[in-house]
Ligand binder design. Structure first.
Ligand SMILES: [Zn+2]
Length: 504
């Protein structure tokens, strides 16, 4: 800022004092500075030759406002502080001399002397000129500061992350109920069945159970039963001896053995084929497994946590799930609530997700706008926490560095469902979130827009229709339209005038 100010004053000085002795002309800068009350300038030495490009200057500054302001705010200083004034001197002289003349402050009243002293000479004549020149580059400091802020944020969030139990965030009664059940189970070795819709975060709850249990130092192994090919499930879970089946070239250790001393999480347990179900039942009853192609039984010490999003009771009725296994698994069921029952948790979750994903994508995000957050609270979340997470990640990728996540960044992501009875905000046909209208209103607007009538023509039509329906009774017509009688008369008259103008 100082440099730019100085540059502009130099242009002025050269214009106003053209033809004068250069040194006299030059002193307009210090004079302007004094007039502005910035600083009192006394020359100690000045040698200049514009044509030859030489400049040597030394000045005493008294009453620097900048030094004064610094001392008032921060007390006495170790280093000179008159940066703005120096910038001005450098900018002014550089513009005047048409080459970069750098001023340095060698004494400063902020450091205890009764005046400041500055010395100016061409940049090249300063041994450390290049280092100082960097301060005069546009935005150099600003962008560096921004870079550092981002780094600090990123480092801070990566430090904070491990302290909490991963993603277990919420205060809503529905969440706390489930969380308390998890905590109670953690103290024991009970087999836990997690139920709930897709995407509610059953694996997170399973991990939290593991992390708060006395098995926390042991492994946590997660298996998605639906993702495994049926013919591999058994070898994946229980292991297989070399040659147990075609393709078993080496001995494989199964997930049960890998989870020894820890927790085995079997997601989508309902998808398990019946053969594997009977083997799981055996583990639960006897605490032992047998690798495929092996007749030796092995003891395992594993806590089993299962999860399902299908109704296992129905599966039992349909003969797809063993009843005895179901009862064995269902000792301690915990229902993980859907996100639509945890609406109060959304702001906290969003905050944590923004932290997580901005670290992941190396972005600095100011936050989320109220409007966008409001929309997230109104949405029905058929895909639950996973859907919210995807949405926030996408929002962060789309949001410019340092900006706010806006409602617009969620468009096309939400499938249009809002929770019933709370439809202030919904989705347009194109998928964009926006304030919702009742359907009849939407139909009416569609019909109106399809007519191609202007809003004035439509108003005239409505006014006339109302008058006609009230058989010319203006008070009645006004009531129909929600107007006062004078308002109606005024509008009718205005329309008549406009009509007669058009006719003439
Ligand atoms: Zn100073």
């Amino acid at each position: 800022m100082g440099y730019v100010c100085g540059t502009r004053d130099a242009e002025l000085a050269r214009k106003i004092r053209a033809g004068q002795d250069p040194i006299d002309a030059f002193f307009m800068g210090p004079q302007l500075h004094m007039l502005e009350g910035s600083v009192k300038v006394t020359p100690v030495k000045i040698e200049m030759d514009i044509a030859a490009g030489t400049f040597q200057g030394e000045f005493i500054w008294n009453n620097s406002w900048e030094a004064q302001a610094h001392v008032d705010e921060f007390g006495p200083q170790h280093d000179p502080v008159c940066w703005m004034l120096l910038g001005y001197a450098s900018g002014y002289t550089s513009a005047f001399m048409e080459r970069f003349v750098l001023f340095k402050e060698v004494e400063c009243s902020a450091c205890g002397t009764d005046h400041c002293r500055v010395i100016g000479k061409p940049l090249e004549e300063w041994p450390d000129g290049a280092e100082y020149a960097a301060y005069y580059e546009a935005d150099a400091i600003v962008s560096r500061l921004q870079e550092l802020t981002t780094q600090v944020d990123v480092l801070r969030s990566s430090l904070e992350e491990p302290r909490q139990i991963e993603n277990m965030i919420g205060n809503s009664p529905a969440f706390l109920r489930a969380y308390q059940l998890v905590n109670k189970a953690a103290e024991t070795n009970v087999t836990v069945l997690l139920t709930g819709e897709t995407g509610v975060g059953k694996e997170r709850f399973a991990r939290a159970l593991h992390q708060t249990s006395n098995r926390a130092s042991g492994p946590f192994i997660a298996v998605n039963c639906a993702a495994l090919p049926h013919d591999l499930i058994e070898s994946e879970l229980f292991g297989a001896e070399k040659g147990a089946f075609t393709g078993a070239h080496t001995t494989r250790i199964g997930k049960f053995e890998r989870a020894e001393g820890g927790t085995l999480f079997l997601d989508e347990i309902g998808e398990l084929p019946l053969v594997a179900q009977s083997k799981i039942l055996r583990v639960l009853q006897e605490g032992e497994i047998e690798r495929l192609g092996d007749d030796q039984t092995r003891k395992v010490n594993v806590r089993i946590v299962t999860a399902t999003n299908v109704n296992l009771q129905t599966a039992v009725k349909d003969g797809k799930f063993r009843a005895d296994l179901y009862y064995r698994l269902n000792i301690y069921p915990i229902e993980i609530p859907p996100l639509r029952e945890r609406i109060p948790d959304i702001p906290l979750m969003v905050e944590a997700m923004i932290k997580k994903f901005s670290t992941l994508h190396n972005k600095r995000i100011a936050g989320i706008t109220d409007k966008a957050l409001q929309a997230l609270k109104q949405y029905a979340w058929p895909g639950n926490v996973r859907e919210l997470e995807n949405l926030i990640e996408r929002g962060i990728i789309l949001t410019p560095q340092g900006d706010w996540i806006e409602l617009e960044q969620f468009s096309l992501c939400l499938d249009g469902s809002t929770r019933s009875g709370e439809s202030d905000i919904g989705l347009t046909d194109s998928g964009a979130l926006e304030e919702n209208r009742p359907p009849e209103q939407a139909r009416l607007c569609d019909a109106f827009l399809a007519t191609g009538l202007s809003i004035n023509e439509a108003e005239t039509m409505l006014l006339n229709e109302a008058v006609e329906r009230s058989a010319g009774n203006l008070a009645g017509a006004a009531r129909l339209l929600g107007l006062t009688r004078p308002q109606l008369t005024y509008r009718l008259k205005r329309d008549q005038n406009a009509g007669s103008e058009r006719e003439s």
